[in-house]
Design a protein. Structure first.
Length: 435
């Protein structure tokens, strides 16, 4: 088959790496891709949200399946675009309908969905500019720290956790005043959940599901989980505290009610569900200490978790995706590699604030004991026609490794990270240390 993968980050390189191993795939296209994905398939310079151009590509190349990596095209309705086009409607799109994508596209919708289906999550209320005063009143009923979330997509930057009531009230005004544009014209305020987080990934055909390897990611730029939030500085899989007892609770209280809730509400959902979970360390109204609660839904795989999770899927990913497309996922076999996999992100100096691009990257061809996934790279052509891989983003390279245990895998990634060189390179050396 011919398969089209949408996206250009580390998640998409990891997906392309796994998809390209399948004997079911004759040709892989990546739109737009990056300097790493071009080694696994054919990059096509089309934005993942340019539906008209993607339509032309799919029809001209005879593409048989579309796998959506990032959230933006899903929230924009690419699934519905294909379903509503007579020439495209027979081509499966791995990703939810626009209605299903609201689980990530609207924090308010997601919280309401969880409330309707008795899925454990933090208490919350949603406010608009017109109800600012009520929002401040609600803040005064909560204990610090205070959690404010922009309702819409903010590229991972729309969540604020604030230590004092004064800061929370000020930031609420700023958010409702347009801090994140239209995305924060509504703001969800919720109680702060105390505990340790993990990411659970589910692949579903709308009825059946497979729970993929669990991972934990690290968002803060600084070691010891300090400093500003980023798109992710690394990930680890498996997660020791996500044992069989914990995961049985996750499946019974969260996964099954989520799938059943989507079906009950008539939402067409065929793709990945990301469950951002927390194992709470004290009792809440809907959970005891040690239980899982939902922090957020995403409607695609996470980044940088995918760069660890893909290493631990031992079965043919494309076979599983065909099960999603055909509605028989329950008949497909998911094999999980027992080894530990970790990913360490190499980032540009200054990230997540201002950083420069275009620095040459060397040493990629010297890495032997790890798998290198490109996140923010591109190919630059010199005046003499030679090609050079250069930095093109804040998060540049994800170095992923296997190990018999976490220490072994991390040691391999750290050794490989030292071999890759670009100006102002930075990475965290404490990924997984809290486990």
């Amino acid at each position: 088959m011919k398969l089209l993968l949408l996206g250009s980050g580390g998640r998409e390189h990891a997906l392309a790496w796994k998809i390209s191993q399948s004997p079911l795939v004759d040709k892989l296209f990546i739109a737009p891709g990056n300097a790493g994905t071009r080694l696994l398939g054919q990059n096509v310079n089309i934005s993942a949200t340019d539906f008209a151009a993607l339509r032309q590509l799919v029809l001209s190349e005879g593409i048989d399946m579309v796998v959506v990596g990032p959230e933006a095209p899903l929230v924009a309705g690419i699934y519905d675009y294909f379903r509503g086009d007579d020439a495209l409607c027979h081509i499966p799109v791995i990703g939810p309908s626009q209605a299903g994508a609201e689980l990530e596209g609207s924090k308010d919708f997601a919280k309401g969905f969880m409330q309707r289906h008795a899925i454990p999550t933090a208490a919350y209320r949603t406010f608009t500019p017109e109800t600012l005063a009520a929002g401040k009143d609600f803040l005064r009923t909560l204990q610090p720290p205070y959690v404010l979330k922009a309702d819409g997509l903010c590229a991972g930057k729309g969540v604020l956790i604030l230590p004092t009531l004064e800061e929370a009230e000020r930031e609420l005004e700023e958010m409702l005043g347009g801090m994140f544009g239209e995305a924060s014209r509504r703001v969800v305020i919720e109680e702060y959940l105390s505990g340790i987080e993990c990411s659970v990934f589910v692949l579903t055909d709308g009825s059946d599901y497979k729970i993929l390897p669990v991972a934990k990611d690290y968002k803060r730029i600084g070691e010891g989980d300090t400093g500003l939030n980023t798109g992710g500085m690394g990930s680890v899989s498996p997660v020791p505290f996500a044992d069989s007892v914990f995961m049985q609770k996750v499946e019974e209280r969260i996964v099954r009610p989520t799938i059943a809730g989507l079906k009950a509400e008539g939402i067409d959902y065929r793709g990945f569900i990301f469950l951002g979970l927390i194992r709470v360390d004290r009792a809440y109204s809907c959970a005891e200490a040690g239980d899982p609660m939902v922090i957020e839904y995403n409607v695609r795989m996470g980044d940088p978790e995918t760069e660890s999770v893909m290493l631990r899927i031992g079965s043919d990913l494309v076979d599983l995706l065909q099960g999603v497309a055909e509605g028989n996922l329950g008949e497909r076999r998911l094999v999980i590699d027992p080894r530990t996999a970790v990913s360490v992100m190499l980032v540009s100096g200054g990230y997540p604030g201002h950083y420069d691009k275009g620095f040459p990257i060397t040493g990629l061809d010297t890495v032997e004991e790890s798998i290198v996934f490109h996140a923010g790279t591109k190919v630059a052509v010199a005046e003499d026609g030679s090609e050079q891989v250069v930095t093109d983003g804040g998060r540049v390279i994800a170095v992923s490794s296997y190990g018999a245990d976490r220490a072994e895998a991390l040691a391999a990634s750290f050794r490989s990270a030292q071999r890759i060189v670009f100006e102002k390179k930075y990475f965290r050396r404490d990924i997984g240390s809290d486990l």
